[in-house]
Ligand binder design. Sequence first.
Ligand code: IVH
Length: 676
Amino acid sequence: MTEDTVQKKYLEKIKLYQKYNRLYYNDDKPIVTDQTYDILKKEIIDLENKYNFLQSEQSPTKSVGFKPSKNFQKIKHKVPMLSLGNAFNEEDLKTFEKKILSFLSLKEITEIDYSAEPKIDGISASLIYINGKFTKGLSRGDGTEGEDITRNLKTINDIPQEIIEKGFPSEIDIRGEVFIENSDFKKISAKFANPRNAASGSLRQKDPNITSRIPLKFIAYTFGYAKEMSINNQTNFLKGLKIWGFKTNQYNKKISGIKNLIQNHKDLEEKRKEIAFDIDGVVYKVNDFSLQKRLGFAANAPRWAIAHKFSANSSISEIINIEIQIGRTGALTPVAKIKPVNIGGVIVSNATLHNEDEIIRKDIRIGDTVTVERAGDVIPHVVSVDLKKRNKNSKKFIFPLNCPSCGSKTVKDYNEITKRQDAVRRCVSKGYECEKIAIEKIKHFVSKEAFNIDGFGKKIVETFWHLKLIRSPQDIFNLDYDKIKKLEGWGQLSVSNLKFSIKQKINISLDRFIFALGIRHIGQENAKLIARHLKSPSNFFKLSNNKNIDNLYNINGIGNTQIQSITKFFLNKTNLNVLSELEKNLKIQNMVLIDNKGLLNNNTFMLTGKLNGVSRAEAKSLIEQNSGKIINNVNKKLNYLIVGEKPTTKKINTARELNIKIIDQKEWFKMLNKTS
Ligand code: IVH
């Protein structure tokens, strides 16, 4: 066949494929069976694999299902949409409850009531009702900012448009899960990997008419904020939701005691097959709203809730190769390339082997038959090797002692806390000198939690790197758009979209900026702590003069490990160059304190001795919630020393010498308008 004939044959198939799609999705009139559709899809893919000059935007390899739109307006959530921590077993649940009791300074025998709710595996949405009317609906987005998908959400029958019941708050942000039932998913399963993808794809259509054709469902389970709501626990809130006209989960239950939580988890895992939609665990929420309020939030998740995942699905496969991936902090992670297997509806072809020690411990080798496990959204991993199936000639895997990317030495750090060598081996290169580390650093820089540049994903970082369009983060702000315009798959419109999204991120908050730099041990929460303490970007840049770094010791939550890492970061000349270039290109904003008018009015506090009924963690959180600050040393910057039972006399004496106000718990509570 000549190239022309192949091309002609290919385009005919693409045209037919488009026709089937249109009839199925737009007109609701499929004219072929799923099988015929799948055969056509396979023929197109086979042709593309055989003749690499064939390509089309309409190819099934380019568009899976129907592409979600990127054109929704971004809107900030009044209250962030957080995620949940995970628990996998009884031990994790015990730790979760212990932490709650210790935070609340309650005895270990205290029974906490939980609302146990099946965790629906769908897409969360936030629905704003004002005076009973559904006015705005947002997707989760990055948790801080969501997309305005009101028109699409309005097509879902389970979402009430207007609520006239008495007692419905005048303004409320109802949150819940949009999902598709398994029986409905079957009808479109040829298009999507799983029901979750199907729900997500359908929900984010530019044309709400397409969304309306997919029978999406909605189950409500929480709220972001509510005006004038007198409900005081989750169980009653769920009852309220039902009265107001929302669907809630029929398997929601109030439970106390870890043993009972485990039993309920087991029961639900068995019922899972009978439930009409996918669930991937059970969410436990401390039932009492006043306890929830006291517990508050840590980093990205509430302290008062956790997701107890169902046990992992597993499959048997064979290791084809072991590759070493290099992370942004230089960590060498071995990954097994395995023969693709279907694990719980997802095709898995990579499984992590964690680190060098794990390979040695399990003696994992190329060619081995292994059991691979996958639980929910957790990365698949190799659990065990079937030694009986091992090839006699197989050889032990030798872990590279040099970085496979840049050839530098690799080392295992000594961990001051565990007093042992780390299990992880790291490339000693200082960062941008190692290609793989540099690429990973840039991926981190543009990621959702950092600069969150729309349309600038991991794949684009790889492509732009290989085309030498980027070498360091600052290059993102000085891209050669003329060159990009000429690249395959790019055009005038996509280039101007990219330009626009990058321009939008020139204004960046200080905490996101610090996080984006990818300094080891400085995650989102630590970046926030540092930003709040330093307040302005210039104070951050001043850290390059290493003398100022000691100042960070005053931040509660920042310790030796973090400070050593920051010191190392600022000693590196490449980092200093990246920083000064970024400073030129960006408008980094001063940190706006969450609430300057809080009751504690920016005063600083220090605690000595034990408080009555309030743990240290809760005291810290109370002070911070009310715009106060905790400091760790008695010095001139301290405004109040709070004295509990059995205090340190030396601290009191120093405070006296420095004329610092010394108060007891009662006086402190008075400042907070708190009685007990
Ligand atoms: S509560 C801060 N309740 O799980 C509390 N979430 O990993 C957050 N989810 O993004 C949500 N069923 O999409 C809650 N009954 C339930 C849930 C549930 C499913 C999802 C939700 C959330 C994710 C958290």
